[in-house]
Design a protein around this ligand. Structure first.
Ligand SMILES: Cc1ncc(C[n+]2csc(CCOP(=O)(O)OP(=O)(O)O)c2C)c(N)n1
Ligand SMILES: [Mg+2]
Length: 696
């Protein structure tokens, strides 16, 4: 007798489990078939896993999917998104708005699932944080989810250390991440697993869908290593469940994870992609295309499911989830809410911190003692000004923390104040993270911490933003306030040569929607950049800083550095303020532009110099402001930036001139490079005069 058709009262517990599992399977099959696009095979195989995690293990309350101490579930093999849409729908997860309030409607409706992968459906192609409540992180680029989960695990350990008190375990959640062969082939997962093992993150469990199938076929084509041994070598505990349909064994493995202390857990789950499909099971055909009408029928028959039913949620299924995760989650959250209440009475300051953090607000006095740098022609390097600022902010904002990919001493990102500490297995309160030389995992980890509401930063040389880029892009897509501090932003590192000199990086990052790039021009602009950055709640930032000293401008002569908050501002102007030529610069070229500007003024040319640390912030200003900085009628314009000239036409116009890079750099002392590539006052002055002549 088919379980779907049976009277729910007569079902055994095992039959009810199976009914729920087959509901997940068939919803996935039907959604993919209807959309004529998507991945049915893995949801069919992993339905028992997802059912077990959600209904038996996850401490998660569908009524409030954002309470801080919830377990996190990450679907790193994001192509299997129908697993998540089914779980969110069947458990009745509630939608939450941008103000962190539940809005009284479900996150994913059956109708959304019917409209899988269609415009505006809450069941899009891949899991999207922000778009669908209950999605903990955006996944789809393989490896990102598991790497991000490491940041979530770091965050939990840090939060528990800072906020837990005897009898007040306000943070004690776990992170479950499901991944496939693809995730584990990706380098970022290896970097992240290595870091997680080193840090002994025993709150982290990855479950590996070991189905031996990827798109091109069997993994024997390209992936034959001993994955288990690799994870053992990383310092993980490795478990194996030989049958993905055995939910008791899965539950047992998850229970073992919870008891394992001192290391993360890796569960190998042997599964059959397309489970139940007579002709497609265990083949890559089950991966990326609908089963086809006939095969859908045959598969449903093999599940004992009504062959013609579509999007069927049999009686008893919703109720079973309500009795499982619904009851367990509600109880856990209510217990936590009560605990929080007495915690607030006993530790009001700590409780306030947790509250502020959850809303991405800042504590009172967050900008206390921010440095102000006196005018100084010799000046200070962007990275040094940054180091001083970071150290102040990290003391003012308890949950502001971060680190570098082994370049702390060069990036000047090390928090050196007394008590800052190093985050390690035996030191969970440390605020200096040591990511090791793993830029990609660092950026994903920063995202994971950011998703956990900390204010994290990661750092490296700007050139290696390339190694972090996929996660930076996801930070932008997820609208996370992740901060990436990149120093050695141009040719300032001279002798290291073209392998270390960024050229196209600024413009390529400027091309990422929603990401803010900031390249401050002197020490006070660095401080103002940070002031702007920490107040952001939904935008990631790439901060590009110089290695070499930059003159600290005399702000009694030039405009205040607070102009940074408008993206670009008039730094110095012609007397009377009606310029005939404009020089625009960012970062290390601002002082060069100022020099050229002064010379032009001395020659009686009505010059204006504009500091433009951020295109993106400038673009957000009202048109009137933008036109006040760059008056449309002044077409004689020169931009100066030690980076690709690409894109500067936007500000200098088709007839403007860009002093920039059109080639890679070279290995030589900085002064010689500046000469070779034309970053000298005379070059800028000549260009400005030429512009002026042409515009007349
Ligand atoms: C970084 C990245 N590269 C490539 C893809 C395209 N892609 C999506 S799924 C997939 C195969 C994944 O195989 P596996 O993880 O074993 O998933 P399964 O087919 O077993 O579900 C590929 C190559 C991707 N999503 N992300
Ligand atoms: Mg696979």
């Amino acid at each position: 007798m088919s379980t779907a058709a049976a009277d729910v009262q007569t079902l055994t517990a095992a039959q009810l489990d199976e009914l729920c599992i087959n509901t997940i399977r068939t919803l996935s099959i039907d959604a993919v078939q209807q959309a004529k696009s998507g991945h049915p095979g893995t949801p069919m195989a992993l339905a028992p896993l997802v059912y077990t995690i959600w209904n038996r293990v996850l401490r998660f309350d569908p009524q409030n999917p954002i309470w801080p101490n919830r377990d996190r579930f990450v679907l790193s093999n994001g192509h299997a998104s129908m697993l998540l849409w089914s779980a969110l729908h069947l458990t009745g997860v509630q939608a939450v708005n941008a103000s962190y309030e539940t809005v009284g409607k479900p996150s994913v409706t059956l109708d959304d699932i019917r409209r899988f992968r269609q415009l505006n459906s809450k069941a899009p192609g891949h899991p999207e944080y922000h778009w669908v409540s209950g999605v903990e992180t955006t996944t789809g680029p393989l490896g990102q989810g598991v790497a991000t989960s490491v940041g979530m695990a770091i965050a939990e350990k840090w939060l528990a250390h800072r906020y837990n008190r005897p009898n007040f375990e306000v943070f004690d959640y776990n992170i479950y991440a499901v991944c496939g062969d693809g995730c584990l082939m990706e380098g970022v997962a290896s970097e992240a697993a290595s870091l997680a093992g080193h840090l002994g993150l025993d709150n982290l469990c990855w479950i590996y869908d070991n189905n031996h199938i990827t798109i091109e076929g069997n993994t024997r084509l390209a992936f034959t290593e001993d994955v288990e041994t690799r994870f053992l070598a990383y310092g993980w505990n490795v478990l194996r469940v030989g049958d993905a349909n055995n939910i008791d064994r899965i539950e047992h493995a998850l229970a073992t994870f919870k008891q394992t202390k001192g290391r993360p857990t890796f569960i190998v789950l042997d599964s059959h992609i397309g489970y139940g499909s007579p002709n497609k099971q265990d083949t890559s055909a089950a991966h990326g295309e609908p089963l086809g009408e006939e095969e859908v029928r045959l598969t449903k028959r093999s599940y004992g499911w009504p062959e013609d039913a579509k999007f069927l949620v049999p009686e008893g299924v919703y109720e079973h989830f309500t009795a499982g995760i619904g009851a367990r989650g509600a109880e856990a959250r209510h217990k936590w809410a009560k605990l929080s209440e007495s915690y607030r009475a006993q530790y009001p300051d700590l409780a306030l911190e947790i509250e502020l953090m959850q809303k991405r607000e800042l504590p009172a006095g967050w900008d206390r003692n921010l440095p102000v740098f006196p005018a100084d022609p010799k000046g200070i390097a962007g990275r040094d000004a940054s180091g001083k600022t970071l150290n102040v902010l990290a003391q003012n904002i308890p949950w502001f923390l971060g680190g570098s990919a082994d370049l702390g001493p060069s990036n000047k990102t090390t928090l050196t104040y007394s008590g800052a500490g190093n985050f390690q297995a035996e030191e969970r309160g440390g605020k200096n993270l040591h990511f090791g030389i793993r830029e990609h995992a660092m950026a994903a980890t920063v995202n994971g911490m950011s998703l956990s509401k900390l204010r994290p930063f990661g750092a490296s040389f700007f050139i290696f933003s390339d190694y972090a880029r996929p996660a930076i892009r996801l930070a932008a897509l997820m609208e996370l306030p992740s901060l990436f501090v990149f120093t050695h932003d141009a040719m300032g590192d001279g002798e290291d040569g073209p392998t270390h000199q960024p050229v196209e990086h600024l413009i390529s990052l400027r091309a990422i929607p929603g990401l803010i790039t900031l390249r401050p021009g002197d020490a006070n602009e660095v401080v103002e950049a940070y002031r702007y950055i920490v107040q952001l709640r939904n935008q990631p930032v790439v901060l590009a800083l110089s290695r070499q000293p930059l003159p600290t401008l005399d702000r009694s002569k030039y405009a205040a550095a607070s102009g940074v908050s408008r993206g670009a501002y008039v730094l110095g102007d012609s007397p009377g303020g009606s310029p005939e030529v404009i020089i625009i610069a960012s970062g290390s070229e601002v002082s060069l532009a100022v020099q050229a500007h002064e010379s032009l003024l001395a020659e009686g040319i009505r010059s204006r110099v504009v500091s433009m640390p951020s295109w993106e912030i400038f673009e957000r200003q009202p048109r009137a402001y933008r036109e006040s900085v760059l008056p449309p009628n002044v077409t004689a314009r020169v931009a100066v930036e030690q980076a690709s000239t690409f894109g500067w036409e936007r500000y200098v116009g088709a007839s403007g001139h860009v002093v920039g890079m059109n080639t890679f750099g070279a290995s030589a002392p900085l002064k010689e490079l500046q000469q070779k590539f034309g970053f000298e006052p005379n070059h800028v002055i000549t260009a400005a005069k030429k512009q002026l002549a042409n515009s007349k």
